[in-house]
Design a protein around this ligand. Sequence first.
Ligand SMILES: [Zn+2]
Length: 316
Amino acid sequence: MSSRPDLGPKPRLGYSGSRIERAAELRANDVAVGAFARVPGAGAYVIGGEWIVMRRGAPLNEPLFTLTEAEAFGPAVETIFLGLLDGAPRFGHGLPPQTAEALKSRDDLHVTDLRSVAVQGLVAADHLPPIAEAKAVLHWHARHRFCSNCGAATGLVCGGWRRDCPQCKAEHFPRTDPVVIMLASDGERCLLGRSPRFVPTMWSCLAGYVEPGESIEDAVHRETREEAGITCGKVVYFASQPWPFPTSLMIGCHARALTHDIVVDREELEDARWFSKSEIEAMLMRKHPQGLTTPPPVAIAHHIIRAWLEDEINFD
Ligand SMILES: [Zn+2]
């Protein structure tokens, strides 16, 4: 292979590599979880819908508060036991979104959305996985206050990891929605698309929800065919990433493209086209002549694309 400029050390994938021990065996023990709230070193992430509350700092903000500090912002709608970090309990303190948003007026706090926190690197990277964990579970609670079986109001149990129905006794668990995100390639070129929601210069991997009764491989084949008219052969798993917008799990794959003529689904994509290795290299290095870019390193698409450029993918 031709030698390529050094892209530097691989950046960390956002929201991944959690250091939290989830301690699921403790969740059902209300006494133990309640006692954890009083342990010195216990901390809470304060989240209201899309808003993440942080104490202003330089260069990084601090998103972890004592439970007393968290409570002072307002009573929690739900409190989630996230687990233990080196033995210290971690909680998610869920505020009503409007309560969190009102905290924007305080000079000592920085309140913004999680995408901004991650992309701009506003907190230490180790905070992103537990914030993602808390945000996803809190969102699930906000949308599941009533039993989907009988309609009765449900109640939080197990430290926030289940809701029980007092009427029909159904148990409801937080859900995760699998999404395939894939790079189809033919050796020399790879396929990227543009959503109308993207900033005008950004191109990324195609992606879509895995449907009931569908394998990851079948979902990769279907989405690539539906969105770009490209037929793929072998699919290789790459890596995964929690994506708490609101409750997805991104399943990163590479796929061998078997056809070349693109037919763009304009309902889903603004455009899709093939990119050469030299063009991808320029995009990753932010040196593309037209200013085109890949997604930022916080997103798995960046890593999927870079791995292809660096010849790390083997379909054999
Ligand atoms: Zn019920």
